[in-house]
Design a protein around this ligand. Structure first.
Ligand code: GDG
Length: 464
């Protein structure tokens, strides 16, 4: 059986004692890496002036290999091109996008460094699976060095419309980089269409009858591989004694009030301020909620060194403070805004205690929180998921109340509808979502991608 080599910016560190703190993605990867005696390659998380070669350690049936970044790499590749250019642009936030030649150079330099550090350790027959926007250009460098292995790429975030991508001077270099892979996977069919549109209309590529795409002298496969959840694992977490304790504690603190919950990294793509504004309207238009409803917003800070994140944090705090100041009583505060992260086990209990889950990003590749909220709901008294149509998850979770998060009146109506939904309809919706989650788990996602990669016909210039 061929080895699997997984490459991503950060590696998940297996810790058997607390699986609940890890994302389902890391858990799914460990299972595959163990089965294939594989290697997980990525950044160590360390920044040093003189990073050496890759360092290796054995982890429970597979190998973890990491490299350090220099301070320039960290600024230009990670905080710069990845998080200030690609992340906002791929989420349609042109106003937040930084255009900087230094960032471009840093990105391609670090991608090449990953490839050089990895190449001596690759074996013939290894299947290489590169993840996400940080490392798009990695395969091209591996090909330059003569690697002829099958290499696949999966983009966890959306692929942008051509007009937006064209604003980036390095657009062609990026897409050419994707043509060094054999298989390029996206979260949804809409992302696949956006990619094909760019290739055919901007890069002079050809879409063949069998679905393969030809451009830059190579032919590749593309496809939608929506990421799933480890449903049994998350259900078990949500029913664990710790989660139940959390749920009971929350019920005591609610004292008969209803709760809507939202859990997002503090990121301008997640629509936190739009959600707050819609909630403000709900309180203004439906005074019966005063004293009887609260919104719990869990928002751990992320990417604090990127100025756009600092600015949006200030904005969110301002809106939250204003709404609480406007409506709060001595014994009731409408928004509980919590600026820290919680283990998934704790989230499971909180999801069960909530009447409504609000997942309303302005744009999101998939959004696993939506799937986790749906998975945590019980038959007896299920909560309702309000889900943005711009999250990849909306394509599968038809049992959610699907909304346009940009329009506060639409979002307010959806909140009101969810809060008043009869039990019969809540159960039907929950069952529909459970069936969708069961049809496509994280193991299905991984196995579909790995089999598609293994079966990809040898491309034109592999190794060239
Ligand atoms: C990218 C794409 C795509 C645990 N504690 C907290 C927390 N967690 C866990 C959640 C969930 C994960 O972190 C967050 O995943 P998301 O999918 O919601 O979001 P991104 O981090 O932006 O991930 C996304 C994903 O890749 C996988 O392909 O779905 O579209 O952007 O498992 O339980 N999450 C938060 N607060 C906590 O306290 N926000």
């Amino acid at each position: 059986m061929s080895r699997l080599v997984v490459v991503s910016n950060r590696v998940g560190v297996p810790d058997r004692k607390d699986r609940g703190a890890q994302g389902g993605l890391a858990v799914a990867m460990y299972a595959a890496l163990r089965r294939h005696s594989g290697v997980w390659f990525g950044w160590s998380g360390e920044v040093s002036e003189h990073p050496g070669a890759a360092s290796f350690r054995e982890a429970d049936g597979f190998t973890i290999a990491t490299i350090d970044l220099t301070p320039d790499d960290y600024d230009e590749y990670y905080n710069g091109y990845a998080n200030r250019s690609l992340w906002p642009l791929f989420h349609n936030r042109m106003g937040h996008t930084a255009y900087d030649r230094l960032y471009d150079r840093g990105y391609f330099r670090v991608n090449a460094r990953f490839a050089h550090a990895m190449a001596p350790h690759l074996r013939e027959g290894d299947l290489i699976w590169v993840h996400d926007y940080h490392l798009i250009a990695c395969a091209e460098e591996l090909r330059r060095m003569g690697t002829s292995n099958r290499i696949g790429f999966f983009l966890h975030i959306p692929f942008p419309p051509a007009d937006l991508l064209l604003t980036l001077s390095s657009h062609e270099a990026l897409v050419r980089g994707l043509f060094a892979y054999d298989l390029v996977g996206f979260q949804t069919e809409a992302d696949v269409r956006a990619f094909r549109d760019y290739v055919v209309n901007e890069a002079g590529g050809v879409l063949h009858g069998d679905g393969s795409l030809e451009a830059f002298g190579r032919t590749i496969r593309t496809g939608a591989f929506p990421i799933g959840l480890d449903l049994d694992e998350f259900r078990a977490l949500a029913a664990s004694p710790e989660a139940s304790r959390q749920e009971r504690r929350m019920h005591r603190s609610l004292a008969g009030r209803k709760m809507m919950i939202a859990v997002d990294r503090l990121d301008y793509t997640k629509g936190v301020d739009n959600r707050f504004l819609a909630f403000e309207r709900l309180l203004a238009d439906y005074p019966e909620h005063h004293g009887n409803l609260l919104l719990l917003q869990i928002a751990p800070p992320s990417r604090g060194e990127v100025p756009e994140y600092e600015a949006m944090r200030g904005e969110v705090e301002h809106v939250c403070g204003r709404i609480n100041g406007r409506f709060a009583h001595v014994d009731w505060v409408p928004i509980r805004y919590v600026n820290r992260g919680y283990p998934r086990r704790t989230l499971g209990g909180l999801f069960r205690a909530a009447h409504v889950g609000l997942v309303t990003p302005l744009k999101d590749g998939m959004n696993l929180v939506a799937k986790e909220f749906a998975a945590a709901q019980t038959e007896e008294d299920p909560g309702v998921l309000v889900l943005s149509r711009f999250a990849g998850a909306a394509r599968e979770l038809e049992g959610a109340v699907i909304v346009n998060p940009y329009d506060p009146a639409v979002l307010m109506d959806a909140m009101q509808r969810a809060l008043n939904m009869p039990l019969g309809e809540r159960r039907e919706r929950r069952d529909a979502m459970s069936a969708a989650l069961r049809r496509n788990t994280v193991a299905d996602w991984r196995d579909r991608f790995v089999s598609a990669l293994r079966e990809t016909p040898r491309t034109l210039l592999g190794g060239g």
